[in-house]
Design a protein around this ligand. Structure first.
Ligand code: 5AD
Ligand code: SF4
Length: 446
């Protein structure tokens, strides 16, 4: 018998980090709604305040502790509020130690491997009014059938695998998300079929390295096969995926772009650096030339493909010559867009121990040069879209002007145009009238 029938059954979730984390938060919200909770936009008012953390770079760590400081005041005003923290940071012992020592008022701490246990853990906190800390070191079996409160009715994230086996030397993810485990293709196809039945038109398949989907599993389906299977789901219109590792991008997948009409002409292919020497020390297992060859194959097979990437600036030992290789690669590939990061030391990763850390000022100076070049290329590529008619999935109206709609082209470019809200959720033809650095502007065609 539950003792907490007249408690504040509202929740607020603050999410940091990647789409995997965003989707975990959708699952948390879905589970809370199943047990009668409603979302509360104000964390100061919510009965349960959750922070889903990211540990990929130091910034996210710092912001987490800042937000925790704010929640301390809420907890002092309303001791009944349940403060729960979860996500990648919780998979690191030094973070748990800090939380126990300096933030003893946090009620519930859980990790990335036991999200499905959240309702039970919450119940324990509420019933016992005591602190609960439950971190699993490894991911067990994949739990199917968890609910999700989806952010959009017409596009959805679908996890296809969990964890990462690659151990890039800068990266904390293999330590926080465990080893690779792939969902059974039937489960994925069923989930997508159900999503489509509920109105979803676009899916984004999620995994740290989707290209190694199926490795080590007992079913004979690889990532390209999965794309072919999903391309056959009736009513589905767009398939995207995130993220792929260049070392595992197969010719079969490149061929799938040609064969599968629903697979968007877009790929996010993190390169991290243009220097083969730095790539070696990052343990990326490809060279600058290997990457350029992949890009060549992709562009030959899919001439309209848009390519985005991730680049880390200032990895230990990066010289001006190495950085020049990155600028050269960017010039050769002509990325449509890129996420750029200053290298950030992560405790427990091999690169933490590398002695030749690049001074902050040098990192910043290189970073600015890189961003200027990337922006110049993005602007040029977007300008080249002027005059084209592109299908756009309308995602909503602009925050500042309700009559301005915003959506994305197949290539992932944000496009703004005038229109009525009834178009939200539809794929409409938009004639591009202006291409700027970060987005496109256009007119919807009748
Ligand atoms: N420092 C800076 N950037 C990092 N990334 C991962 N780890 C680090 C780090 N320690 C970047 C990589 C990755 C993206 C998600 O985050 O570019 O592709
Ligand atoms: Fe991190 Fe490398 Fe795995 Fe990506 S592939 S999650 S960068 S270890």
């Amino acid at each position: 018998m539950e003792k907490h029938s007249n408690i504040n059954k509202s929740f607020h979730i603050q999410t940091f980090g990647c789409q995997m984390n965003e989707h975990d938060s959708e699952t948390l919200a879905g589970m809370l709604e199943e047990i009668g909770y409603v979302e509360n936009k104000d964390k100061k008012e919510a009965g349960v305040a959750i922070i889903n953390t990211c540990s990929v770079r130091e910034n996210a760590d710092k912001r987490f502790f800042g937000i925790l400081g704010q929640l301390k005041k809420v907890k002092e005003d309303r001791p009944d509020v349940v403060v729960a923290v979860c996500g990648c940071m919780m998979q690191q012992q030094h973070i748990i130690d800090t939380l126990k020592e300096k933030y003893p008022w946090v009620d519930l701490i859980f990790g990335t491997h036991n999200i499905h246990e959240f309702p039970r853990l919450l119940n324990n906190v509420l019933n016992e009014r005591s602190k609960v800390v439950d971190i699993w070191e490894n991911g067990g079996d994949i739990i199917e059938g968890l609910p999700a409160k989806r952010m959009y009715p017409f596009k959805a994230f679908v996890n296809i695998m969990y964890g990462c086996n690659n151990f890039c030397t800068y990266c904390i993810v293999p330590f926080t998300r465990g080893r690779e485990r792939s969902r059974h293709p039937n489960e994925i196809v069923n989930e997508v079929t159900e999503l489509v039945a509920s109105g979803v038109k676009e899916i984004t398949l999620l995994g740290q390295n989707v290209n190694s989907y199926g490795n080590g599993s007992d079913f004979p389906v690889d990532f390209a096969d999965l794309i072919y299977l999903l391309n056959d789901v009736e009513g589905l219109e767009r398939i995207r995926f995130m993220t792929s590792h260049p070392k595992d991008l197969s010719d079969k997948l490149i061929q799938a772009y040609r064969d599968c009409v629903k697979l968007c002409n877009y790929i996010h292919l993190p390169v991290q650096s243009g220097s083969s020497e730095i790539l070696k020390r990052m343990n990326r297992k490809y060279t600058k030339e290997d990457y350029l060859l992949l890009i060549k194959k992709l562009k030959e097979t899919v001439p309209a493909i848009a390519i985005s990437t991730d680049i880390i600036v200032g990895f230990p030992g990066e010289t001006e010559v190495d950085f020049g290789e990155t600028l050269d690669l960017v010039n050769l590939v002509q990325f449509d867009s890129a996420f750029t990061f200053l290298y950030s030391i992560r405790k427990g990763t091999p690169a933490e121990k590398y002695t030749e850390q690049v001074p902050e000022a040098v990192k910043h100076e290189r970073f600015n040069r890189l961003v200027d070049l990337l922006n110049e290329i993005s602007a040029k590529k977007n300008k080249a879209c002027e005059g084209l008619v592109l299908p756009v999935l309308v995602e909503g109206s602009s925050k500042t002007n309700a009559k301005t709609l915003t959506g994305r082209t197949e290539s992932g470019k944000v496009t703004n145009f005038k229109g009525t809200p009834d178009l939200v959720g539809q794929i409409v033809p938009v004639k591009i009238t202006e291409g700027k650095t970060f987005n496109l502007f256009g007119e919807v065609l009748p």
